[in-house]
Every structure is written in C-alpha cells, then in structure tokens.
Design a protein around this ligand. Structure first.
Ligand code: MF3
Ligand code: CO
Length: 254
C-alpha cells in the first residue's frame, strides 16, 4: 500500500474541486422535492459540474453509467439514476459524486430530506453527518487511521444505529479511489500513521436497523437486507500540520 502525499499544487486543485462540489450540492438542494426523478437530479447536477469546467469522474468509472449515485430510503449507496424513480414526500435521498478540476478529484455525499420526513429519519441523517465529524476529530498528523475508524463506529453504535462494513472510505487525489481504505469501523489494528498532505474521503454509511447489506441485480445498488433506511455523508479532507481541512465543506451547512 502506498499513500500519496499531495504537493501544494495538487492540494490547490483539490481545494478548488471541493469548493465547486459543495456549491453543486447547495444548489441541488433547491431541486430535491417530491415529484422529481432521480434521473432529472443527475442530469441537472451533471450540467452544473460541466458548466463549472469540471469533469464528473464517477461517470464511466468501472463502467458506472451516471454522474451521480442517487440512493433512496433502503438504498445505501450507488443507486443508479432512473426516470421512473420519482421522489415522494417523506423519502430520504443520498447523492454521491466525484468531480475533477485540472485532473484532481473531490468526493462528497449528502443525504437530503424530501418534503416532510419523520423524526427517526431526521435522527438517522443527523447521526450520519455527525459520525463524520466524530471521525475527523482524530484526523491529525501522528494519529493512526484506526483512531478515525473507531471513533465513527463507537458514535454510530452508541446512537443505536448500524454502520455498514462492506464499503469504506478511501484515499483520493488524481484517482477517485487511492490507498488507504478508510473503514467506518474498528480495524483492530492501528493502521497507517497519518501525515500532512494525505487526502482522505471519510464516508459513514449508517443504517436504521441491521448493518447487513446486499447488491441488486444491476450489480451497483447497495440495499439494506432488512429493508430499513440508510443515510450517507461524505467529505474529502486533508491532513495538515494542525487541524484537518475539509476540502468539500464550506459554511453552507449541508
Ligand atoms: N463516491 C463514491 C465512492 O467513493 C464513488 C462511487 S464510484 C461509482 O464510493 F462508480 F459508483 F461512481
Ligand atoms: Co467516496
């Protein structure tokens, strides 16, 4: 395993990619309403990315057909946008995409409420977002990777939710998936020592019930086995000499 330390030029590009990605998610929030299809969200989002001079790097990645992964309710991640999939009042929907600016990537995911959602769905979304912030507290040079993983797992399980084991976060840069894997659960070993210039995508996937997941026949869509709902929240972060920098998170508050 080799974890790439990013140069100042690479970091500047990733920072710009991340700033644009956050902007895209903020603008998309206005469009996520009952009645819109996941296909339409993908289309609008892809257009925004391209208008800003960036490339939607999920599209074509290992054959993935779209710019965004859009996952509704019991779909955990990697849902494929579809014209027939119309969002309804009370749904929760997770969007996940990567974009590159001058060949450097940012990756982030957000879960949105569609219309009015129930209290448990709201708590699921809040805990998923907070799980990221519990993890990033440990994303400091000199700490080990497992410090992040363990913090996320302990927080999520302490809230009574499940944390998905079959998919993980990852390093990111010129490639959307680089070393190391960043699990959201304890690896029971320290893992790599974190160094300034490492860029990581930290992405807790949290379930209302059991954490067991399966794949649909499309070979992409990941769903909970018990049919209960799931949420996803992800940011690209940079390890620095001091506090970690969130490259895909501005003050927009999504
Ligand atoms: N952000 C997603 C991830 O880290 C990227 C999905 S890859 C795709 O898992 F092929 F589904 F687009
Ligand atoms: Co990712």
């Amino acid at each position: 395993m080799s974890v790439i330390i990013k140069s100042p030029t690479e970091i500047a590009r990733m920072r710009e990619a991340g700033r644009i990605l956050e902007e895209v998610y903020l603008k998309l929030a206005e469009r996520i309403q009952p009645g819109i299809s996941t296909y339409e969200i993908d289309r609008i989002g892809e257009e925004m990315i391209r208008e800003k001079g960036c490339i939607p790097t999920c599209k074509g990645y290992e054959g993935y057909p779209n710019a965004f992964c859009i996952s509704v309710n019991d779909e955990v991640v990697h849902g494929i946008p579809c014209e027939e999939r119309i969002l309804e009042d009370g749904d929760i929907v997770s969007l996940d995409t990567c974009l590159s600016y001058k060949d450097y990537n940012a990756d982030a995911a957000r879960t949105y409420a569609v219309g009015r959602i129930d209290d448990e769905a709201k708590r699921l979304m809040d805990v998923t977002r907070q799980a990221f912030f519990e993890g990033i507290r440990f994303a400091k040079a000199g700490n080990h990777l497992n410090d992040i993983c363990t913090a996320i797992q302990n927080y999520v399980e302490g809230e009574g939710f499940g944390i998905v084991r079959d998919l993980t976060g990852h390093g990111i840069g010129a490639g959307i998936h680089e070393d190391p894997y960043v699990p959201n659960f304890s690896m029971r070993r320290k893992g790599i020592c974190l160094r300034p210039g490492m860029a990581l995508a930290i992405e807790p996937m949290v379930t209302e019930g059991d954490w067991m997941v399966g794949w649909l026949e499309d070979e992409w869509t990941v769903v909970t086995m018990d049919g209960k709902r799931a949420a996803h929240y992800e940011n690209t972060i940079l390890i620095t000499d001091g506090e970690p920098e969130i490259l895909t998170h501005t003050d927009g508050n999504l």
